[in-house]
Design a protein around this ligand. Structure first.
Ligand code: FES
Length: 144
């Protein structure tokens, strides 16, 4: 191997190792990434397994064909809330924040865990859906 080729391959390995060392740090800086569960709609209802809440109190559900997700949160009293992550200002998709609320990247509105506005320009709270549970599933009632 020629000296130039050796140096080039060695530098590439060093860059990969350096990037690998810093990636976990960088990913910790941004908002937590949540897996979105896509669920079929049956009789204006979607179901998700209750077991998912063992890993995280927040589950994001996207009814099949919808543009927006629903944030389902298990509260400390073991009840649940289901909020449509559609900004009430101009309909932008909201994202969960590190403090447990939701934020809009378009004009900066923020909402708390119950869907109330904590910072405008949005003025109305998020749409909330009724929820029931059975022994294994949580059911979100889309028409209420
Ligand atoms: S669309 Fe969300 S703040 Fe404007």
């Amino acid at each position: 191997m020629q000296r130039r080729a050796f140096l080039k391959s060695t530098c590439n390995v060093c860059m990969l190792l350096t990037a690998g060392a810093f990636l976990p740090t960088l990913s910790g800086c941004g908002p937590a990434a949540y897996k979105v569960i896509t669920s079929e709609i049956h009789d204006n209802q979607v179901e998700i397994p209750l077991a998912g809440f063992a890993q995280s109190p927040l589950q994001l559900v996207r009814p099949k064909g919808w543009m927006y997700s629903i944030a389902v949160r298990k509260k400390e009293d073991n009840t649940y809330t289901a909020l449509l992550l559609k900004c009430t200002h101009q309909d932008n998709q909201l994202t969960p924040t590190a403090n447990g609320g939701y934020s809009c990247s378009l004009h900066g509105s923020t909402f708390n865990t119950t869907g109330r506005v904590t910072k405008g320009p949005a003025e109305r709270p998020l749409k909330e859906y009724p929820i029931t549970t059975d022994t294994t599933n949580l059911i979100i009632h889309l028409k209420a």
